[in-house]
Design a protein around this ligand. Sequence first.
Ligand SMILES: [Zn+2]
Ligand SMILES: [Zn+2]
Length: 141
Amino acid sequence: MRKNPRKIKRIVRYKEENPTLTLEQIGRRFKASKQYIHKVLKNQNIPTAIRVRKKKVGYCLECRTPIQTRVLSKKPICSEKCHFKYYNIKVNCAFCRILFYRKRNEIIQRYKDKRYKKYMYCTRQCYDKAQRAGQTRTSKF
Ligand SMILES: [Zn+2]
Ligand SMILES: [Zn+2]
């Protein structure tokens, strides 16, 4: 291998400016083999391996905003606001029709349980009134 200091310098600079290029890509640029580029960089103590830490992207469960993260959580949530919105669901009281929040888990639990009707009540009072009105017998508060 003929030594060509100017070429070596250019290769080194090129690699530094384009750290994500592979040896092959650099070789193509300088009409040299992958092995040659490797040798040049190694001689100059330039790391030849490409170390790019890829970030994973998750999507907020509530608003679908992409979240860049190193460790992808199973339930990505972008903000406190979305956290609240996701874990608390607005439901209508089956009796007075008022809107209130219920915990997501509770709702899921309730839907899984076939014994209960899907009625939900904002307060114990509404539940009692509904019972008296005969709206529900099998639902629980
Ligand atoms: Zn969000
Ligand atoms: Zn109510």
